[in-house]
Design a protein around this ligand. Structure first.
Ligand code: CO
Length: 223
């Protein structure tokens, strides 16, 4: 049990399958990674970045944390962002939340869980900001709408970050996206809050100050 033999077995089989279908696959990756996408998602084990968008190793740079947050003081997330944008030159940054997020649910529950309460306090702040809309909903719809609003908030944070603002100022193309994933159907929804310029990010920030102008839940999958 100490060696988790099953996982090593899986790894051997996976490596052999990859090599059988493309003998140069690993040799190519040793040289350099050149992903076009940075994925910022939830740590939830049911939302693995590569699998849900069908991308191979080397094709997406990934940062995950509880409730897919992009906080102005989180140097872990901001370092990933800066490296991905400035060094790897990704073209797209995707914030992907998911319906039924346990982090969002815990923030709304308010039941003390320990250290993570501090991390989730930001989701609680967001809930208070949107309380008029969210409290009019019931049960799961309340959680799901908060999951959507949380993604939109994080796209706004990205758009205001120094890394993204500097990139746009230099005229380099960079597109931000806000998506949400349905655990029940395995499908992605585009929340329609993407930004490709400082002007679009400013417009999103403005709409967040008037929450009623944001789209309503719950979205059908993106076709
Ligand atoms: Co989650």
């Amino acid at each position: 049990m100490r060696t988790l033999e099953k996982l090593f077995e899986n790894n051997r089989a996976w490596s052999q399958r990859m090599t059988a279908s493309d003998p140069e696959f690993f040799a190519r990756l040793v040289g350099q990674q050149a992903p076009d996408y940075l994925w910022i998602g939830c740590s939830d084990s049911r939302v693995p970045a590569n699998q849900v968008v069908g991308l191979l190793p080397g094709e997406v740079f990934v940062h995950r944390n509880v409730a897919n947050q992009v906080l102005h003081t989180d140097f872990n997330c901001l370092s990933v962002l800066q490296y991905a944008v400035d060094v790897l030159r990704v073209k797209h940054v995707i914030v992907c939340g998911h319906y039924g997020c346990g982090g969002v649910r815990a923030a709304l529950d308010g039941r003390p869980l320990g250290l993570i309460d501090h991390w989730l306090r930001h989701v609680q702040d967001l809930w208070h900001h949107h309380s008029a809309e969210v409290e009019a909903l019931d049960g799961e719809r309340r959680i799901d709408r908060m999951c959507e609003l949380n993604v939109i908030e994080q796209v706004d944070h990205l758009g205001r970050s120094g890394v993204v603002q500097d990139t746009w100022r230099l005229g380099r193309p960079l597109h931000l996206h806000g998506w949400i994933y349905g655990l029940a159907d395995g499908r992605l929804r585009d929340l329609g809050v993407g930004c490709s310029s400082a002007e679009e990010a400013a417009a999103l920030q403005k709409s967040l100050l008037r929450p009623s102008t944001l789209r309503l839940s719950t979205l059908p999958p993106t076709t």
